[in-house]
Design a binder for this molecule. Sequence first.
Ligand SMILES: Nc1ncnc2c1ncn2[C@@H]1O[C@H](COP(=O)(O)OP(=O)(O)OP(=O)(O)O)[C@@H](O)[C@H]1O
Length: 242
Amino acid sequence: MAMRAPLSDLPVMLEEVSLLAREVTILDHVTLTFSAGAPTVLVGPNGSGKTSLMRVAMGLVRPTSGRVTFGGRSDVPPLRRAIVFQRPVMLRRSAIGNLHYALAAAGVPRTERSKRADELLALVGLSGLGERPARRMSGGEQQRLAIARALAKEPEILFLDEPTASLDPAATKATEDIIQNIAARGIKIVMATHNLGEARRLAGEIVLMHRGRIVEAADTMTFFNSPKTDAARRFVAGELLV
Ligand SMILES: Nc1ncnc2c1ncn2[C@@H]1O[C@H](COP(=O)(O)OP(=O)(O)OP(=O)(O)O)[C@@H](O)[C@H]1O
């Protein structure tokens, strides 16, 4: 059995987090908590800071100021956190080969890897495609394989950056089903999307970002039915936030 960290990374808390790059403010005093439970969906215009927020919350980037803690501790290595980027890069191997690599990196013993890889492929609906060269798979298949790969380390929290961007409706539905399935297993999902229908379908809570700030954070019903800020009202109505 792989050794399990005895402590939880949850909740992931950002307190007054700001991030500057070359004097440009990318995140501006963001305070937000990701707790176990239904998915948190990040929405907001291009460049509003969704990806940057996830990178900071994952612990990949240190904020310029403010604090990030994982289960109350700082500087916790990302053993129980995973992120799938918008354009995941696969190794030049089969789908199964990619999963074996991730399982080895996660410390899963060699004798258990084949069984686990098969389970992960099934979880993302790719059973039967294990021998395909990963880089030859379709965009939607690669996105699902990337999710399976991220699950190899049995994360408590999984960050997904626009997992259905550029997918057609059928592939989007398949990916949404997988996300719901993962959430139902008790893994906290935090994801960015530009698809408000998807946000409505998947989210327990919605966080609207604009110019590096959180302009509204509320449970999904409240966000869509009675947004408090003018920006959120306009966003929900489909107007452009500039
Ligand atoms: N390392 C960096 N150096 C300079 N600027 C950066 C850096 N990282 C991000 N930015 C800028 O910060 C802003 C926020 O980017 P981010 O990718 O977080 O936004 P986003 O909300 O995820 O956007 P999108 O919806 O387009 O994916 C953008 O203007 C981006 O160009």
